[in-house]
Ligand binder design. Structure first.
Ligand code: 5MM
Length: 325
């Protein structure tokens, strides 16, 4: 078994999942401001310290994705975040993309950037304790969208990123997110998700990416959030598993879903329902951001007397998702 395969398996096995705490400075700042906390570097650090020191987290979380700022910050005990996570038995991951930017010639669509200098950045992050990385591409459904050029530009970048991570000895989380924004149907989301995943795996093969050394982080197949006809939990689970069966090779060790704006409870219910549709060739787990930490942030609101209650809110979500597995 290769080292990459071994790490990828640890990330998705033993009923554990991956916590996405890698909000960029802009996103994290607006989330803090949303709960009345001033968006300073120190407050972002304090909030992230609350997250990673949550009791019992290693029982349900195998890895935490960090943003560059957090990766270089220290906890109150003087350890860096990657050092602290390693001591807790949690793998440290790093978001290496530099964000989704408008794609030339494709109005309303983005391409994720960050390939320049990535080889050296991967080397530095690995030396500082990162064992895996993440890159998120976003695909928009709309009138005539997504365009072929946006899909191709995004899967090309994802495949080059994945190759550079593997060359540097770290596991790439490959995240093509078909966004929930819009009023499209479940069937439309399934059609787009299937076609994006098909293009993605073609490109990963072309770039010689070792498929047993990645973790795929897709969206669940859901209807657009403004669609008047919302599918049942069973319909979402079936559409998602069908789309994955059609496109994801069995060499891939695990699939860790993003939550994408679903409520924490719905995301967990969908994950649980999918487990009943086996046997499946890959592990199905979670790599939620908002659906894991949302309730904790709402509880904390910058009030240190609520720290324990906030950690309990995170722990409850993590335990529920582990149980859903
Ligand atoms: C945690 O948010 C991640 C980074 O977002 P920005 O770079 O836009 O600030 C995001 O990539 C996240 O990892 C995934 O979307 C999964 O999070 P959700 O909340 O969708 O489960």
């Amino acid at each position: 078994m290769s080292t990459l395969n071994k790490i990828a398996r640890i990330m998705v096995s033993d009923r554990r999942g991956i916590l996405a705490a890698d909000e960029s400075i802009g996103t994290m700042s607006s989330r803090l401001e949303g709960v009345g906390v001033e968006a300073t570097e120190e407050n972002r650090r304090v909030y992230r310290e609350l997250i990673v020191t949550t009791p019992k987290l290693p029982e349900s979380v195998s890895g935490i994705i960090l943003a560059d700022e957090t990766f270089h910050q220290k906890l109150s005990n003087g350890q860096t975040f990657p050092q602290f996570l390693a001591d807790r038995g949690i793998l440290a991951g790093i978001k290496v993309d530099t964000g989704a930017k408008p794609l030339a010639g494709a109005p309303g669509e983005n391409v994720t950037e960050g390939l320049d200098g990535l080889r050296d950045r991967v080397k530095n992050y690995a030396a500082l304790g990162a064992t895996f990385a993440k890159w998120r591409a976003t695909i928009t459904i709309g009138d005539g969208l997504p365009s072929d050029r946006a899909v191709r530009a995004n899967v090309h970048a994802l495949a080059r990123y994945a190759g550079l991570c593997q060359e540097g000895g770290i596991v790439p989380i490959v995240e093509p997110e078909v966004l929930m924004d819009g009023s499209h149907s479940l069937a439309k989301c399934k059609q787009v998700t299937t076609s994006v995943l098909r293009s993605l795996f073609d490109e990963l093969s072309l770039m010689q990416v070792q498929l047993d050394g990645i973790v795929l982080k897709p969206n669940m197949v859901v209807a657009g959030k403004d669609c008047p006809e919302q599918p049942s939990v069973e319909e979402v689970a079936k559409a998602t598993v069908d789309a994955l069966r059609e496109t994801v090779p069995s060499f891939v060790p695990g699939i860790a879903f993003l939550s994408g704006g679903q409520s924490p409870e719905k995301a967990t219910e969908h994950l649980a329902a999918m487990q009943t549709l086996g046997p499946l060739p890959w592990e199905l787990t979670y790599s939620f951001g908002r659906a894991l930490v949302g309730p904790a942030l709402e509880t904390w609101r910058g009030d240190e007397s609520k720290r324990e209650a906030a950690q309990k809110a995170l722990s409850d979500r993590a335990v529920a998702n582990a149980a859903a597995r």
